[in-house]
Design a protein around this ligand. Structure first.
Ligand SMILES: Nc1ncnc2c1ncn2[C@@H]1O[C@H](COP(=O)(O)OP(=O)(O)OP(=O)(O)O)[C@@H](O)[C@H]1O
Length: 217
């Protein structure tokens, strides 16, 4: 059986599925799509502005079809995993404020591991990426796409906001084992889009109302 673990960057897909890959008794092979794309150069182009790769999904589908049997037990992890053939979809969610914080923290710790010490402010590209992903999470973009493509009966939403990675891994394992019912609409993050409703919300890029949020005043 194939299971997709998808979700906005920062919801914790890589972290939770890496725990499952090491878990004794978990017999699905974990495929981190980012690694596969880099290893086999399954890339369409480069998005210089966002410093990211545009994945060639047809090449990914073709690679998976030749590398694995149709009935192989696979757990494919990526924010694009719901766009691939799959039997079940786990959509990891996190409050948009949490998504922003996790992405900024991750980016800063990666930068400080390779370059200079992190400054007080996140670099603009990182701040922008974090903000865009938080907005996408607030708008349920990936959840909606997963439900459109696979139907609500195949989709299992898991809120990671207050769950540690082990508990998230447990929830994914329960979906794989058929021990968790499909669930869609279990979280509601639209408060983030109302501006002042977002706890800890503060624009990270210069310029007021950069997001079009609020009337000011
Ligand atoms: N359940 C969790 N609770 C708290 N922090 C977490 C949790 N899961 C992941 N994190 C932290 O959040 C950051 C983002 O996690 P991770 O890289 O796993 O997200 P992702 O969804 O795989 O992102 P991407 O799509 O960019 O690969 C990391 O710094 C990680 O340590």
């Amino acid at each position: 059986m194939r299971v997709a673990v998808t979700g906005t960057p920062g919801t914790g897909k890589t972290t939770a599925t890496a725990l499952l890959a090491e878990r004794e008794g978990f017999d699905h092979q974990v495929v981190h799509l980012n690694d596969l794309v880099r290893e086999y150069d399954l890339v369409e182009s480069t998005d210089a502005e966002r410093d990211s790769l545009v994945v060639d999904l047809d090449a990914v589908r073709a690679h998976l079809a030749t590398a694995y049997d149709d009935d192989a037990d696979l757990l494919v992890e990526s924010h694009l995993a719901h766009l691939l053939p799959t039997d079940r979809v786990v959509v990891l969610r996190a409050h948009p404020v949490t998504v922003r914080e996790r992405l900024v923290d991750r980016g800063e710790s990666e930068a400080s591991a390779t370059e200079n010490a992190a400054s007080a402010e996140p670099p603009p590209a990182l701040a922008r990426k974090a903000r865009e992903n938080a907005e996408s999470e607030a708008l349920d973009v990936i959840l909606s796409a997963a439900v459109d493509r696979h139907g609500a009966d195949a989709v299992h939403e898991v809120d990671t906001t207050d769950r540690d990675p082990t508990a998230v891994a447990d929830a994914i394992a329960a979906v794989v084992a058929g021990e968790r019912d499909p669930a869609v609409g279990v979280v509601e993050f639209s408060d983030y889009l109302v501006g002042e409703g977002a706890p800890g919300f503060a624009p990270m890029e210069s310029g007021p109302d950069a997001d079009g949020g609020g009337d000011g005043g």
